[in-house]
Design a binder for this molecule. Structure first.
Ligand code: BG6
Length: 475
C-alpha cells in the first residue's frame, strides 16, 4: 500500500441550511436553523432555550439566504468539478420534501430540486454523498411534538427516508443518516428540535431523543438496504479523541468517560446494541429511555456500512478545578486548552496528529470503513478589492491534516474518502457568521447579509486541485 487508493473520494461537504437560502421557496417549510439569528442568542437557543423567542422580522437570520446555492448550484458545482472533485457531500432539507414533516404526499418541487442537483453532479462524475438530516428538524414538528423527544418522529423520519431513497435510488449510492448525532448531547435544539421547560430533566429528554434517533437511523439503514441494495448507508460522528491533561489516573479515566459520551452513539449504530457502560450509567442516573418491544432487534439487525466523521480538533480533559476554569470558550465539548497546541481564531485546537489518532481509534474499535466527511479551518480572510485571497494558513492546516490522513491509511485504516468542510464559504453553524470561512472559493457576503454573492477562487483552490490531481501525492 503506497497511500491513497485509486478510487479515493476527494471532495467537499456542505449542508442545505448553510448554503441553499431560498428558505421558503417552492413550498419549503421552516426548519430549526431558520430560527437561529447570529450572536449570543443563537447559542442560547441551540442549547434548547426558546424562552420568549418568536421570529422577528427585523432580525437577520443567516440561513434565509445562505449563499444562495439554491439558485447558483450549477455555477458552484462547475467550480467543484474544476478542482477535480470526485464527491460532494450535501444534505437534503427535510422541509423541502415534507414542509411540516407530516404531509401525506411529498412536495414535488423540493424533490425536483435535488434531482437537478444530483444530475448536475453526475454530469461531472461527482459522487453525491447525502446526509438525510443535517441540523434540520421541521419547526412544525418542534411545535406539535417537541421535536425528537416524541416517538412520533421515528415514523415520520422513516417515511421521509423511504421517500428520498426511492426517488434517488438511481442517483445516490452513499447515504448518511444524522449529521453529528452526538451533538444532541451538546446542542439539543439544532439537530433534535429540543426545547426545555423550566424544571425538566434535560438529560433524560436528551437520551430519550437519542434513542428515537438511533431507532430511526437503523430503520433508515434498513430501508436503504432494501431500496438500493448496492448503496452504503453510514452514520456521522462529531469526532476528536479526548486526551487526559495529565497521566493522573483520574484524568485518564475522565478522558475514557468523555470519549464514551461520543462512542455511545456509534456503538449502537455500528455494533447494534447499547454498550454495558451506557446501560450502567443510564440506569444509575435514572436516564434510561423508554423503549418499545422490538427496538433492540431493530438496532441489532440494521447496523451501518461505514462510519462518517467530522474532525476539527482533539479535546483535552482534566479533573483539576483550576485547569477546568480555563475551559476554552466556544467549545461545545468543554475541552480544556492543550498547552502543546495552537488554536484557531475561534479557539479550536489545531491538531493534525489527532486526526491520525482518531482515525486509528475509530477503525480499531469498529472495523468498518471510515469516511472523513468534514475537516477544515474556519478563518477570517482578507480579500483584495478584486477578491484575491492568499490563504496560506488554510493550505497549511489542510496539508498537515491530509499528511496525517495518509499515515492513517498506511497504518491500515480503511478510508473511503475525504470531503473537507465548506469548499465554498458558507454560513457557520455555531455562530451564524459568514466571516468564519472554510472555502477554496470566496463568496462575497458579509456577516450582516451585505455583499454581491460573487464567487472567486482563493489560493487554496489551485492547491486542492493539485492534491486531487496527484491523488494526494503532491501536497
Ligand atoms: C460541524 C457541522 O459541527 O462543524 C457543520 O456538521 C459546521 O454544520 C462545522 O458548519 C463547522 O462548524 P462552524 O461552527 O465553524 O460552522
Amino acid at each position: 500500500m503506497k497511500g491513497f487508493p485509486e478510487d479515493f473520494l476527494w471532495g467537499g461537504a456542505v449542508a442545505a441550511n448553510q448554503v441553499e437560502g431560498a428558505y421558503l421557496e417552492d413550498g419549503k417549510g421552516l426548519t430549526t436553523v431558520d430560527l437561529l439569528p447570529q450572536g449570543e442568542r443563537r447559542f442560547e437557543i441551540m442549547l434548547g432555550d426558546l424562552k420568549g423567542f418568536t421570529p422577528d422580522p427585523d432580525t437577520f437570520y443567516p440561513s434565509h439566504e445562505g449563499i444562495d446555492f439554491y439558485h447558483t448550484y450549477k455555477e458552484d458545482i462547475a467550480l467543484f468539478a474544476e478542482m477535480g472533485f470526485k464527491a460532494l457531500r450535501l444534505s437534503i432539507a427535510w422541509t423541502r420534501i415534507f414542509p411540516t414533516g407530516e404531509e401525506s404526499e411529498p412536495n414535488e418541487a423540493g424533490l425536483a430540486f435535488y434531482d437537478s442537483v444530483f444530475d448536475e453532479l453526475r454530469k461531472y462524475n461527482i459522487e453525491p454523498v447525502v446526509t438525510m438530516a443535517h441540523f434540520d428538524v421541521p419547526v412544525a414538528l418542534v411545535e406539535k411534538y417537541g421535536g425528537w423527544r416524541d416517538r412520533k418522529l421515528v415514523e415520520l423520519f422513516e417515511t421521509y427516508a423511504k421517500t428520498i431513497l426511492t426517488r434517488y435510488k438511481d442517483k445516490v449510492r452513499y447515504w448518511m443518516t444524522f449529521n453529528e448525532i452526538n451533538m444532541l448531547l451538546h446542542l439539543p435544539y439544532i439537530g433534535a428540535g429540543l426545547v426545555f421547560k423550566e424544571g425538566e430533566n434535560k438529560k433524560k429528554i436528551q437520551y430519550q431523543a437519542a434513542h428515537h434517533q438511533l431507532v430511526a437511523s437503523a430503520l433508515a439503514v434498513k430501508a436503504c438496504h432494501e431500496i438500493i441494495p448496492n448503496a452504503m448507508c453510514g452514520c456521522m460522528l462529531a469526532a476528536g479523541a479526548t486526551y487526559p491533561y495529565t497521566p493522573d489516573p483520574e484524568d485518564v479515566w475522565d478522558a475514557v468517560q468523555k470519549d464514551r459520551d461520543t462512542f455511545f452513539f456509534i456503538d449502537v449504530q455500528a455494533r447494534g446494541a447499547y454498550p454495558g457502560y451506557a446501560k450502567r450509567m443510564l440506569r444509575e442516573q435514572g436516564l434510561f429511555p423508554d423503549m418499545e418491544p422490538g427496538d433492540e432487534d431493530i438496532l441489532e439487525a440494521h447496523t451501518v456500512d461505514y462510519l462518517g466523521f467530522s474532525y476539527y480538533s482533539s479535546r483535552a480533559t482534566s479533573t483539576d478545578p483550576e485547569v477546568n476554569a480555563q475551559a476554552a470558550q466556544g467549545n461545545v465539548f468543554g475541552s480544556v486548552p492543550n498547552p502543546y497546541l495552537k488554536s484557531s481564531e475561534w479557539g479550536w485546537a489545531i491538531d493534525p496528529k489527532g486526526l491520525r489518532i482518531t482515525a486509528n481509534q475509530l477503525y480499531e474499535r469498529y472495523q468498518k470503513p471510515l469516511f472523513i466527511v468534514e475537516n477544515g479551518l474556519g478563518a477570517v480572510d482578507q480579500p483584495t478589492d478584486d477578491f484575491v485571497v492568499e490563504d496560506d494558513y488554510r493550505i497549511a492546516y489542510l496539508q498537515a491534516h491530509v499528511k496525517e490522513m495518509k499515515e492513517a491509511i498506511l497504518d491500515g485504516v480503511e478510508l473511503l474518502g475525504y470531503t473537507s468542510w465548506g469548499p465554498i464559504d458558507l454560513v457557520s453553524a455555531s455562530t451564524g457568521e459568514m466571516k468564519k470561512r472554510y472555502g477554496y472559493i470566496y463568496v462575497d457576503r458579509n456577516n450582516d447579509g451585505s455583499g454581491s454573492l460573487k464567487r472567486a477562487k482563493k489560493k487554496s483552490f489551485a492547491w486542492y486541485k493539485q492534491v486531487i490531481e496527484t491523488n494526494g501525492e503532491d501536497l
